[in-house]
Design a protein around this ligand. Sequence first.
Ligand code: GLU
Length: 505
Amino acid sequence: MTDRKVRVRFAPSPTGPLHIGGVRTALYNYLFAKQHGGDFIFRIEDTDSNRFVPGAEEYIAEAFQWLGLPFDEGVGIGGDKGPYRQSERRDIYKKYVDQLLAEGKAYIAFDTPEELDAKRTEIQNFQYDATTRGLMRNSLTLSKEEVESLIAEGKQYVVRFLIHPGEDVLVNDLIRGEVRINSSILDDKVLYKSADNLPTYHLANIVDDHLMEISHVIRGEEWLPSAPLHVLLYRAFGWEETMPQFAHLPLLLKPDGKGKLSKRDGDRLGFPVFPLQWTDPKTGDVSSGYRESGYLPQAVVNFLALLGWNPGTEQELLSLDELVAQFDLSKCSKAGARFDYVKGTWFNHEYILHSDDAALTPAFQEILKQNGIETSDERAEKVVALMKGRISFVRELWPLCKFFFVAPTAYDEKTAKKRWKDYSAQQMAELKEVIANLDDFSMEHQEAVVMGWIAEKEYKTGDIMNAWRLTLVGEGIGPHMFEISHFLGKDETLRRMEKAIEVLG
Ligand code: GLU
């Protein structure tokens, strides 16, 4: 490889929401670019107008913003190799199609869909190639005059790549090693369609990679079958010297078996397969997204980075900077990576645990508001700090933390049966007195006085704490008792105790 600047691209087709596998592909491109001080380019491959879905491009751009993986160049950003949307590059492609035609490396074909269908029934395993192109209506079988008059009449045509049989095609893949095929198995792929005056994916992809000076093509395994054709196109244009290095990433597999991860797996097992929520513009169907499901973007990035690659150590929690430093494209696995969504939940738990309390507070405040609670950021943050170790998603805080904000109206029966003894009402009444007499309500002071009282009375600490918890929380959950009473304050603590003594008797 020459020491050219590393330039990689993420080149989705705007056909719908971005699948999580596509996000992993983009992430590997990003890591590779950043590790080599290179550029990460965003190109939109929208030459197939039939498959265009409105909103998809905006969705993809927003997803990378959320994930914190910014592009250096491309759609919505700019750069000196634009435009970066293929539908805006028609004139550029036309020139290269004409070049191949002029050099006899491609030809014009007039066969209608019906004629092609007829041939398919006539010839078993029909493929448009060296063995059959002589039987078809194209510029190799028709005279120059006929071709010109058909075009002048406005007949639709396609341009096909003329593939010479019996040639050895070598794809040198950074992950898969040498992939060799014989050109005889390839068909004369359509490169351009007069109907919409646009090239097909193959031509546009090659021309753009060349003009945008792409050094490495890192993409999903599903594109591996196209790679030999792409190599032949580079040869045909005489661009072999600057041909990008290929790396085809392994598939993401179903969590519970073989086969490719699909949206249906997500629906079935209850996890998102898209980065952001997506509403289908045609059907109105809503698909869940990682963002809306409460994942932190850094957790998603870390989780995805380890699907198909690992640092070769036990370390699983890696910041983006660490990923950039340690990622190794050549160490990606060839085998598919099982999509362990439970592990994704674990990553979120870990990232929540290591997040700043203040960073999680707005999301918790949102949930509090939805439940009719108005409280200061300071108090919300305090609860986050006390409880974030027990959750995988911020939304799980509400059922665990409701009691901080709402006094219990009922007492969990099972807990009461077990924890509220015959003497509990009496003990709680005494404890209430002890607490009422506290001037200093700091946690340390409360604890010292209450523990002293327990010792003096020779009560069992467990009896007192369990019953007290029931009075303040209504069930057997929550952090250290003095954390709770301190948060509630003296008045609210006494109120709740009185009520419980009354109700539980
Ligand atoms: N437009 C293709 C896609 O949707 C790009 C494949 C490639 O990276 O070459 O994934």
